[in-house]
Design a protein around this ligand. Sequence first.
Ligand code: SF4
Length: 357
Amino acid sequence: MGPAEHGASGEPAESAGSGESAHGRADAALFGADAVTTRTFDTPEFRGITFHEIRARSILNRVPGASRMPFEWTVNPYRGCTHACVYCFARKTHSYLDLDTGIGFDTQIVVKVNAPEVLRRQLASPRWHGDHVAMGTNVDCYQRAEGRYRLMPGILSALRDRANPFSILTKGTLILRDLDLLRQAADVTDVGVSVSVGFTDRELWRTVEPGTPAPERRLEVVRALTDHGLDCGVLMAPVIPFLGDEPAQLRATVRAIAAAGATSVTPLVLHLRPGAREWFMAWLGQHHPHLVRRYERLYADGAYAPTWYQRRITRQVHDLAREYGIGPTRAGMPRRITPPEPAEQPEPSGPTQLTLL
Ligand code: SF4
């Protein structure tokens, strides 16, 4: 989601902040003056992945153009995402670090190792007014790295202790590790959890979201959360034209979402911004070359599919949601994450881009 990050205090964000905007070849140059440690782990889970550990000076990021967003503040403990979704539109943000937006986005992960303590400090500031904080809007905060770095328990504890409302959007089953903390937070403030499931087609999943838990595993997360009293919506994203948009596919997906007990379903058609577009089109050419021309036509006007197409998908999904009994969000329910608005042109000082998870 958009441009420069700014600390909660209104001070310039120097967290990853200034580091994120720095240019250079070595890590220290890439990430600014903050301490940078580069690590690799020789375990099957993390083979081939490099972690750049940094100490952030600020962790609360203000979303530029927040008036068009359902939230104004985000917390992003990671940059880059091992879930490796081909279409991920946070890819572009890696270029601000002088890192590759293709395979580099999937394998060069920036970790703000002090995120919990910085957040606790910022939430305690008299200049912080307890606004809603959205997580998982840039990259997935429950990606595999979280299993090792365990930043989210400290982040959730800090929010719970201040009764600060927040929401999480994820594809990661790891969120269930923090179920108790989520419930404790929900006892004292508004907590919204959304899981992203754009389709249930396993073949499509294996190739286009290769590092993510399978769609049915994500739907088990929805079930587990709702079974434990936490309402959970599903962001049905992305709906992928010509590969995941057949009526039977939409029906199967909405039916599975309903069966999992989701409180809402919000469809979002694939969009292809610079950074993601090149990577996705290369993937398409490799896996579905016969679709390349159709995509070029469908996305001829830019990052978004035509309005008629988006409306058609939205109508179909809403009709199916009604049929399967997924009601609209009720007043008083935890806030769910709504689809991101088109990002403004990022400022040179560093990105916070909404991504569809
Ligand atoms: S779309 Fe979400 S889960 Fe997939 S790579 Fe991007 S941030 Fe990670």
